[in-house]
Design a protein around this ligand. Structure first.
Ligand code: KIV
Length: 320
C-alpha cells in the first residue's frame, strides 16, 4: 500500500486492504509489436517515415511509447532540458544510466536508444566499448548513439563486435560545440558537403543501423538519404530524410528559450503546467482544496466507537 506523494497511512487505518494509490507504475501494456533495428531498416525499404522522440523519465516515455513512436532516444540533451546545463557536455555516464533505466521501465514497444555522453567514447576505444556495454547491461538500452563520422569507424566496429547496434550522428553534433565555434548548420559549402557525404558513407559501411543528420541543409540531407543504405533520421535536416527526431521538451514548449527554426511546437506544456500549479496554489491558499470528497473517512463502526469514547470523555469532564 502506498499513498502517492509519500503520505504513509498505518495499515490499521484501512485494514491494509484499501488501495489508495493513483499511480499505476511498473506495468505498461503494449498493443503493438516490438520495434527492433530491423523494423527501422525495413521501414526505409518500404519508404515509410520513421518517428523518433527523446524522453528521459518514466511518465513521458510511457506516453511517447503508447503514442506509437518508433524509437525513443535518451538523448544527452538531458543535460540541458532536464538538468539545466547550458550544453550537453557536463552530463555523466551515471546520470545517463539513471535516466535510461527509468525510460526502460516505461517502454514496451519502441526501440530504446541511449546517447553516449561526451568524454565516454572519444578517447580510448576499449573504454568506449565498455561504456556502450554498460548501457545495455545496466540500463536496458537496445542500441547506443554516438556523434562523429569517419573518425568513429573503428570504435563503431568494435561496439558492433560487442553485439550492440549503433546509431550514428553527423552534421551539427552538439558535443563538438567548441570545435564548431557554436551551434552552426554544417555542410554549407562544397568542402562541408563533401565531408558530410564521406562521413555518412563511412558510417553506413561501418554497419550503423541508422544515421541522425542534425542541422544540415535539406539538399545535403536528401543527397545522403539517397546515398546510404540505412535510414537517415533528420533533426533540422528537412523533410527528405527517412525519419525525423525532435526533443520532447521542444515539441511541448518546455525549454524556456525561443524555438529553433526546425522545431514545431505541438502544445504549450509550459502554460498547461503553470496554470495547473497556480490553480493548486490558489485552491490551497483559499482552503478550496482538499474538499470533503477528496478526504479519507473513518469506517462507520470506527466512527461510532470513537464518537462514543469522545462522548464518555465529555460527560466525565462535565461531572468533575
Ligand atoms: O541528445 C539529443 O537529444 C540528440 C537528438 C536531438 C538527436 O542527440
Amino acid at each position: 500500500m502506498r499513498v502517492t506523494g509519500g503520505i504513509g497511512l498505518s495499515p490499521n487505518c484501512t485494514g491494509g486492504k484499501m488501495s489508495i494509490t493513483s499511480f499505476n507504475g511498473g506495468q505498461p501494456s503494449s498493443a503493438r509489436p516490438k520495434v527492433t533495428t530491423l523494423t527501422i531498416q525495413e521501414k526505409k525499404h518500404r519508404r515509410e517515415p520513421i518517428t523518433c522522440l527523446t524522453a528521459y523519465d518514466y511518465a513521458t516515455s510511457r506516453l511517447v511509447d503508447e503514442a506509437g513512436i518508433d524509437m525513443i532516444l535518451v538523448g544527452d540533451s538531458l543535460a540541458q532540458v532536464v538538468l539545466g546545463y547550458d550544453s550537453t557536455l557536463p552530463v555523466t555516464m551515471e546520470e545517463m544510466l539513471h535516466h535510461t533505466r527509468a525510460v526502460r521501465r516505461a517502454v514496451k514497444s519502441a526501440l530504446l536508444i541511449a546517447d553516449m555522453p561526451f568524454g565516454t567514447y572519444q578517447g580510448d576505444a576499449t573504454e568506449g566499448v565498455r561504456n556502450a556495454v554498460r548501457f545495455v547491461k545496466e540500463s536496458g538500452a537496445e542500441a547506443v548513439k554516438l556523434e562523429g563520422g569517419d573518425k568513429r569507424v573503428d570504435l563503431i566496429r568494435r561496439v558492433l563486435d560487442a553485439e550492440i547496434p549503433v546509431m550514428g550522428h553527423i552534421g551539427l553534433t552538439p558535443q563538438s560545440v567548441h570545435k564548431m565555434g557554436g551551434y552552426k548548420v554544417q555542410g554549407k559549402d562544397l568542402a562541408g558537403v563533401e565531408q558530410l557525404v564521406k562521413d555518412a558513407v563511412a558510417l553506413d559501411r561501418a554497419g550503423v543501423f541508422s544515421i541522425v543528420l542534425e542541422g544540415v541543409p535539406r539538399e545535403v540531407a536528401a543527397m545522403i538519404t539517397e546515398e546510404v543504405s540505412v535510414p537517415t533520421i533528420g533533426i533540422g535536416a528537412g523533410p527528405d530524410c527517412d525519419g525525423q527526431v525532435l526533443v520532447f521538451h521542444d515539441i511541448l514548449s518546455l525549454t524556456f528559450a525561443p524555438k529553433a527554426k526546425f522545431v514545431r511546437r505541438y502544445a504549450d506544456g509550459a502554460a498547461l503546467i503553470r496554470n495547473a500549479v497556480e490553480q493548486f496554489r490558489t485552491d490551497v491558499e483559499t482552503r478550496n482544496y482538499p474538499s470533503d470528497e477528496e478526504s479519507y473517512h473513518l469506517p462507520k463502526d470506527t466512527k461510532a466507537e470513537l464518537d462514543a469514547i469522545l462522548r464518555r470523555k465529555q460527560l466525565k469532564a462535565y461531572s468533575r
